[in-house]
Design a protein around this ligand. Structure first.
Ligand SMILES: *Cc1c(COP(=O)(O)O)cnc(C)c1O
Length: 405
């Protein structure tokens, strides 16, 4: 089965079969074309390739069959017309916007974003004369206000990291059309199995493949998906500036896509179970998870997402009168983290191995206490990435560590 045989199949089948190109050896598993370049049978064919008269592989910065297989498989899972793979998730974030913005453009972005994305917008786009306006991700009225004016692009993540705010993607998509802006959604937290931004009206989707798509903590990668015309602009920029995906990485990630639905489904089910249990635990002040009925945007999440994702964000309960941004809150939370035996202290997410992160001192350190407070984060906040271990072992690990608080 090749990618053009995909439409009648469901995501699990597509994830295993889409995009395969077999060589003359009829191998079962996807071949790894670890090559920089390609050979032309005649000088005239080389000339025709460079003149753009014929389509063929020329150089692996422009394209490689193993990378194409990964792109076609991910595009088929996402239901996107086209996909272009990049060296990292940040390369995907950068080119998804840099390929379409120019001096004088206006970008409207959600305030709660992956840290490096904010750095790209504030330290580089702003310097290049691109106006960046931020809105509160979960506040439809704030989107209405910001998009009453024309814009060129809109960029958001949903659910947000780490506070799990949910953005009404269909609403923002309607505003985007009126404002003349392209809507780009970073769908890392939800994964293609849990949320379909293109069907909700978004124009493009961005992934860090480093997270759930690899899901086994090995390689860095990224992807931009959307309409053919838009993805062509991304491809044209990346093949020149150089942040293409290596064929080895594409091979690892392409094979990982085969197990993505099974992994994400199992991890999400365990995350929901642990979230409900944590929310009721006396040593936990609050557990945030999109598909937990106590989530303030539960109805929107249930409408927009088919799975709640693999991440649970908790605040450790503190004694009355403790400053949640102070040293005692941090010390109590560190006691919890240091007592974990199955959860590893790390900053990745979506891995088969469960991970606990203290955002205030690591991933969200740069925000400062005020910036963190603005999105509802404190020193007692912990982000849990639920892996593939037995859920009872994870529950016991969390219970023991909560006792140590
Ligand atoms: C990790 C991440 C990125 C960046 O991806 P890298 O592969 O680390 O470059 C972008 N957005 C989100 C939401 C992420 O979690």
């Amino acid at each position: 089965m090749t990618s053009d045989a995909v439409p009648p199949f469901r995501p699990d089948t597509i994830a295993v079969h889409a995009g395969v190109t077999r060589t003359a050896f009829d191998e079962m598993s996807e071949p790894l074309f670890l090559t920089q370049g390609y050979v032309y049978p005649t000088a005239a064919e080389a000339e025709a390739a460079f003149a753009g008269e014929i389509e063929r592989y020329q150089y692996s910065r422009y394209g490689n069959p193993t990378v194409t297989m990964f792109q076609d498989r991910l595009a088929a899972i996402e239901g996107a017309e086209s996909c272009f793979a990049t060296a990292t998730g940040m390369a995907a974030v950068f080119v998804s916007l840099a390929a379409i913005l120019e001096q004088g453009s206006r970008l409207v972005a959600a305030r709660a974003l992956f840290g490096s994305s904010i750095t790209v917008f504030n330290d580089y786009f702003a310097k290049w004369g691109i106006r960046v306006d931020y809105v509160d991700a979960h506040d439809n009225a704030d989107w209405d206000r910001a998009l009453a004016e024309p814009a060129d692009a809109i960029y958001l993540e949903s659910p947000t990291n780490p506070m799990q705010d949910v953005v009404d993607i269909a609403h923002v998509a309607t505003l985007a059309r009126r404002a003349g802006a392209l809507l780009i959604v970073d769908n890392v937290f939800a994964t293609p199995l849990g949320q379909r931004p293109l069907e909700l009206g978004a124009d493009a989707v961005v992934y860090s493949a480093t997270k759930h798509i690899d899901g086994q903590g090995r390689v860095l990668g990224g992807a931009v998906l959307g309409g053919a015309e838009y993805v062509d602009k991304v491809r044209t920029m990346v093949r020149t500036m150089g942040a293409t995906m290596s064929p080895f990485t594409a091979w690892v990630l392409g094979k990982s896509l085969e197990t993505l639905p099974v992994r994400v489904r199992a991890q999400s089910a365990a995350a929901l179970e642990l979230a409900a249990w944590l929310d009721a635990h006396p040593k936990v002040a609050v557990a945030r998870y999109p598909l937990l009925p106590s989530h303030p945007q539960y109805e929107l999440a249930a409408r927009q997402m088919t799975m709640g994702g693999t991440l649970v964000t908790i605040d450790i309960a503190l004694p009355e009168g403790t400053d949640p941004h102070g040293p005692e809150a941090k010390a109590a939370t560190f006691r919890f983290l240091d007592a974990l035996r199955v959860f590893a202290i790390s900053n990745n997410l979506g891995d088969a191995k469960s991970i606990a992160t203290h955002p205030a001192t690591t991933t969200h350190r740069k925000l400062g206490a005020e910036g963190r407070a603005a999105v509802g984060m404190c020193d007692a906040t912990v982000r849990l990435s639920v892996g593939l271990e037995d859920v009872e072992d994870l529950r016991a690990d969390l219970a023991r560590a909560l006792d140590a608080v």
